[in-house]
Design a protein around this ligand. Structure first.
Ligand code: SF4
Length: 230
């Protein structure tokens, strides 16, 4: 039905010195997507880490992948953030990369349809430039569309994310309860409570390898880890 609100799920590109896919899957984001779909939303996914994207293959070549679902992503050398420009004496300078589909295709996909709400995932804390890229593109095309950021960076560096990500809402820890409050405040349909363990399935995410969660959290609480931010 055309009058259903549209939720856009976004997996940002990664900025890092190295990245290898050992089953990197946006599990929590796709779980939230399923909850939203079951609550009357249309759901789109834009995945910067799609390693099958055709224009990126034409420009950068096909990333080497293994039949077990692991492998490399598209990558392009990019400028290092200021703090990483100086090399420690005696260590070789290393290239810094943007991992993901080419920017032009990524931006096209983000702008394809105006959403009612955008949910952005985040991984390692120092990958925040990828989050900033997403928010910058969304803001330019859809300045009034609310952007909600969750995930590991949002949980471990919440204040940094509030100041620098550009997102309207930064969710720390388990996203579901806060998501309900945020959607209610935006007068959007609110998901029902209960157990939400199913995730949306997309070929580009799950064709080579799937993901099953067999436990949640950890009995320890190392300060640098997001496991215990539940
Ligand atoms: S790093 Fe995280 S997962 Fe590992 S022991 Fe510490 S809290 Fe648990």
């Amino acid at each position: 039905m055309i009058n259903k609100p549209l939720a856009l799920l976004v997996v940002p590109p990664v900025y890092d010195f190295a990245l290898f896919d050992l089953f990197i899957k946006p599990y929590s984001l796709l779980k939230l997507g399923k909850v939203l779909q079951d609550s009357g939303y249309r759901v789109d996914l834009v995945n910067a880490l799609d390693y099958r994207e055709q224009k990126s293959i034409e420009r950068l070549g096909r990333p080497p992948r293994k039949s077990n679902g692991t492998g490399k992503f598209f990558r392009q050398i990019t400028d290092k953030p200021g703090i990483l420009r100086e090399t420690v004496a005696g260590t070789p300078a290393r290239d810094y990369f943007r991992y993901g589909i080419i920017e032009e295709v990524f931006a096209e996909r983000l702008r394809a349809r105006e959403p009612d709400v955008v949910l952005v995932s985040s991984g390692m804390t120092y990958w925040y430039p990828g989050v900033q890229e997403v928010v910058r593109i969304i803001r330019k095309s859809f300045p009034r569309v609310p952007v909600i950021l969750g995930g590991i960076y949002a949980s471990l560096c919440t204040e940094h994310a509030k100041k620098l990500s550009g997102a309207d809402f930064v969710v720390s820890g388990s996203a579901f309860p806060r998501l309900v409050e945020i959607l209610a405040s935006l007068s959007l349909p609110v998901p029902r409570g209960g157990h939400h363990e199913e995730m949306l399935l997309y070929r580009e995410i799950s064709a080579d390898a799937g993901v099953i969660r067999i436990n949640r959290g950890c009995p320890f609480n190392c300060s640098y880890c997001a496991s215990w931010h539940r």
